[in-house]
Design a binder for this molecule. Sequence first.
Ligand SMILES: Cc1cc2nc3c(=O)[nH]c(=O)nc-3n(C[C@H](O)[C@H](O)[C@H](O)COP(=O)(O)OP(=O)(O)OC[C@H]3O[C@@H](n4cnc5c(N)ncnc54)[C@H](O)[C@@H]3O)c2cc1C
Length: 430
Amino acid sequence: MPFRRRRFLAASAALAASPLFAQGLPALLPASGGRRVVIVGGGWAGLSAARRLRDLAPELDVVLLERNTVFRSAPLGNKWLAGRVDERLLTHDYAVAAKAYGYSFLRAEVTAIDREKRRVVTSLGTLDYDWLVLAVGVRDDYAPWFGDDSEAAGVARRRYPAAFVAGDEILTLKAKVESFAGGDFLMTIPPQPYRCPPAPYERACMIANRFRERGIKARIIVVDAGPGVLGFHRIFAEHYKDWITYLPQSRLTQVDLRGRRVATDFEDIAFDDAILMPPQQAGDLIWQAGLIGVDGTGKPTGWADQHPVHLHARGDERVFLVGDLMGQVSPLFGHYTKTGQAATRLGRIAAEEIAARFRGREPERQVPDSVCYVTPRLDPPELIRVETEYRLRGGEMIAQTGRQVHDRQPRGEDIQWAKGMFAEMLAWRE
Ligand SMILES: Cc1cc2nc3c(=O)[nH]c(=O)nc-3n(C[C@H](O)[C@H](O)[C@H](O)COP(=O)(O)OP(=O)(O)OC[C@H]3O[C@@H](n4cnc5c(N)ncnc54)[C@H](O)[C@@H]3O)c2cc1C
């Protein structure tokens, strides 16, 4: 990590721990007397944790804090870009879930955590917790491209958003796909781990479909830091030969925003428009709270440092770290797959851990599972179902097995899965 940034992070962590930090801000709610769970992040993991806690321990006061006004699903988001899913299925009101399940929802950005005082600082005021669940997802890391140049990072984010972090970037991307006049459209794919590994490949296919429907002359250039996943090499070559140029194992060495060019170890590539997807890391708050892991050399891993099974922060059993922000859980395979389904399972496990501790019981040891649907083609339709199972081997060693099924006669299984998840997390009814 560049020195100046490291210093900034250390400074903000020190500031957060300072008693002066929250001075002048009102308490959002009166003290809870040993009964409050604060959940930060109303994504897949946070929503599931909130719901499950209410089921398991209704005596607990559960407060969900989220900075966005609405929940917007990234799963099915690529199909929405292609015009094949109704936006109303993907966006949801947080208040509906909070009312149905009986927890408090506050729209607020959490800016700092004082773990010594067990207090979160938000844009509206402070809130004390007995247990804290951090489910803030990921952030884009532009430092490998631009170092400390936050202005360049801001320009890249505004003009060429990755649209992989919860929020409105996907709206900019949709407008881009609809208004692109033709030419070279660049997509970069970062090294793993990042959320939902097949999603960028699916996105390239969905955008190619949309360009084809719009009748424009365009080429999507996919510059991939890795070797590719799920046979997309073949899918691109067989079904998108005239639309997608795929460059695997291509590490970006330079990103020139003004000149609209990128360089890899092998070539220079000019573009007319782009989705620039930088590497990902755990969200800002995990850095601010000093909960990022370090590797054997003392360098930050970029991801949260949690117990692999019980999910609490190392050294702080009052804080749980769940969802895509999590660091490595097993030397056998590294990270849990960063999917919505895995995040919901992890949110539930954290809720069960907290409920057990609240009742003075030993929590059960549990692991998540994951299912992910990927659409490589629309006409004729094709769906890939990716299943990942985890199991505990011996003590706390977690093993992973996976399976992929290519379905050439899908019947909307992806939509059914999403509806089931929205019903469970968001009290959504058709
Ligand atoms: C294009 C795309 C397609 C995908 N397709 C699939 C799929 O088909 N199936 C699947 O299972 N998964 C899929 N995924 C992955 C899935 O979206 C993620 O795994 C899931 O969102 C992770 O949930 P999370 O709760 O960890 O993070 P998020 O869903 O990102 O939630 C984090 C929340 O925290 C909030 N937050 C962050 N910081 C703060 C703060 N300081 N204060 C208050 N709130 C804060 C954010 O606004 C956000 O709402 C896809 C992802 C993408 C990008």
